[in-house]
Design a protein around this ligand. Structure first.
Ligand SMILES: *Cc1c(COP(=O)(O)O)cnc(C)c1O
Length: 430
């Protein structure tokens, strides 16, 4: 048995597999029954404590949870039976902020009483890099090196990664995202680097990111009205949550918090045309393949890394998985159509990722006669995908002021060629 500390610091297990908890802790019924009387911080703390009580003292964990959840995560009702959980009010406007902020602070605590600095290498196509840069900014004992492909990230994403300075460095790689990823992998296996640096990664395979992602599933449940549609809300479930998915970290966290006792009927695994999981739920066959490009590009994943964790949760039994999950694939046309309809009917702007979840939820509710109510997860702010949103809705979306300020700051990055040598000499020259 490994400790939670080891799992978090290693990221990936020595055999190349993903870490999972030895068992999923169940929280008492009294906790779940009183959910709507609790603050988001209390809920987050109880969940995190159940996994980390042996590794992190109570007071430290309380602070980590408070600092992670430093922005609102409101549940916004659109109709009596459908609400949107807005996960995009963090510093980089996507739900990944929650996972990155928690992981950063947890790793910060774990390195605090060691004398070795931790170096985090991240390869990014844009979104992960900005969330990680922001989350780890200013955390003592940790420095972050981000590798991003030159000319292939948006101007805003580049600014978010290159203007912080301090313990965050950005390398502009003269190559593709695949080159960045390969360089990071090679660096982890390089003997010289191993000797000199304590290297780790902070991507979505790290179990530390799943823990805080359970907080807001429960927080969504806490904010649900007690009765809206029939006996749905507040009873034994009666709620369906639609999660727009790529690597399935968010959905895996949802399944885990359900095992901890959270009342929810089912999850909808909502994907764009990268639909290996909906296909698995239909056919029982899992066939990973190359991803295809869509307008909800943070979900363009052909081989979801958390699928193995879902298989572990259901012991490879597709029948069991079908009892808790419904798979739905959504086309580009439907995604845009939904964005238009929701804007016309509710003057509410969905980003393309949330629109995938909304479409799936609507399809589900239309065919469901159990009186279920729906919560959809809005994973990104529409301003983050402004060009698609503006073109589809023929309207303008304003960038929140904090990000406008970021666009005016000066960028600092170093151009490197797409080779391990270049990364190594940069690291050694610091
Ligand atoms: C990363 C991301 C997703 C996919 O989340 P997973 O946990 O990988 O399934 C969905 N929407 C947005 C905006 C994202 O950035």
């Amino acid at each position: 048995m490994r400790t939670a500390r080891e799992a978090v610091m290693n990221g990936l297990a020595p055999d190349g597999g993903l870490y999972v908890p030895c068992e999923i802790p169940v929280l008492p019924e009294s906790f779940w029954k009183s959910l709507n009387e609790r603050s988001v911080h209390e809920i987050g703390f109880e969940i995190a404590h159940a996994y980390l009580s042996e590794d992190v003292p109570r007071a430290v964990l309380e602070t980590i949870v408070q600092e992670t959840l430093s922005f609102p995560i409101p549940l916004v009702p659109l109709t009596d039976w459908l609400s949107v959980l807005e996960l995009f009010h963090g510093p980089t406007l996507a739900f990944k902020d929650v996972g990155a902020r928690f992981t950063a602070r947890l790793m910060g605590y774990f390195v605090a009483n060691t004398d070795r600095e931790l170096t985090i290498l991240v390869a990014t196509s844009g979104d992960t890099g900005s969330a990680v840069a922001n989350g780890f900014y200013g955390v003592p004992g940790i420095r972050v090196v981000i590798l991003y492909p030159s000319g292939r990230v948006s101007a805003l994403q580049e600014k978010q990664m290159t203007t912080l300075g301090g313990n965050i460095s950005a390398l502009e790689v003269d190559g593709s995202f695949d080159d960045c990823q390969r360089m990071v992998k090679e660096a982890f296996m390089d003997a010289d680097l191993q000797k000199t640096f304590q290297l780790t990664s902070a991507n979505s395979i790290n179990i530390a990111r799943l823990i805080p992602q359970m907080f807001y599933h429960a927080w969504a449940r806490a904010q649900s009205p007690s009765s809206a549609r029939g006996e749905g809300w507040g009873g034994e479930g009666g709620i369906t949550m639609a999660v727009p998915s790529g690597n399935f970290g968010n959905l895996t966290a949802g399944l885990m918090v359900k095992r901890m006792g959270m009342p929810v009927d089912r999850f909808i695994a909502a994907t764009n045309m990268n639909d290996v999981v909906p296909e698995y739920l239909e056919t029982g066959l899992f066939s990973p393949r190359a991803s295809i490009a869509t307008i909800s590009n943070a979900m363009d994943v052909g081989n979801p890394s958390n699928f193995v964790r879902m298989q572990w949760l259901f012991q490879n039994n597709v029948e069991a998985m079908r009892k808790e999950m419904v798979g739905m694939r959504v086309s580009e046309e439907e995604t845009k159509q939904t964005m238009k309809e929701v804007f016309d009917e509710h003057t509410y702007v969905l980003d393309p990722h949330a629109a995938v979840a909304y479409t799936a939820m609507k399809r589900f509710l239309d065919s469901d006669n159990s009186g279920s109510s729906g919560i959809i997860f809005a994973t990104a702010h529409p301003a983050k995908f402004a060009s698609v949103v503006e073109e589809t809705l023929q309207t303008t979306v304003a960038l929140p002021v904090e990000l406008q300020a970021c666009l005016e700051k000066e960028s600092h990055s170093t151009k490197v060629s797409p080779r391990l040598d270049a990364l190594k000499s940069w690291l050694f020259s610091r």
